[in-house]
Design a protein around this ligand. Structure first.
Ligand SMILES: [Zn+2]
Length: 99
């Protein structure tokens, strides 16, 4: 899947999702189900690269923690120390990607 070029963080390939798909769904940027199937909203392609990385990291971390617990955010921050900025970006500008 060429559109997602991961950076050097370990989590992205080591976790090994069973499948990845790109779909057109709202309002979420990505999802991860119990079987390890990860999906991304294609609109995220329009976001800055760092934000795309964050969304990928976020969903892959759900393969370990299927929730938004403290442990989940610890894992996210271990792979993207600036994740809070990306989150903020999505909250403030994310809707523009749908236009
Ligand atoms: Zn989440």
């Amino acid at each position: 899947m060429a559109p997602f070029t991961p950076n050097d963080t370990q989590v992205q390939w080591e976790l090994g999702p069973v499948g990845v798909s790109v779909r057109n769904f709202k309002p979420r940027w990505g999802s991860c189900d119990k079987k390890g199937q990860v999906a991304f909203n294609w609109n995220i392609i329009k976001a800055p690269h760092a934000v795309i990385d964050y969304v990928v990291i976020h969903e892959l971390c759900h393969l370990i923690h299927p929730n938004h617990s403290q442990d989940f955010w610890k894992l996210v921050s271990g792979n993207d120390s600036l994740y809070a900025e990306r989150k903020k970006w999505l909250k403030e500008k994310g809707f523009e990607l749908f236009q």
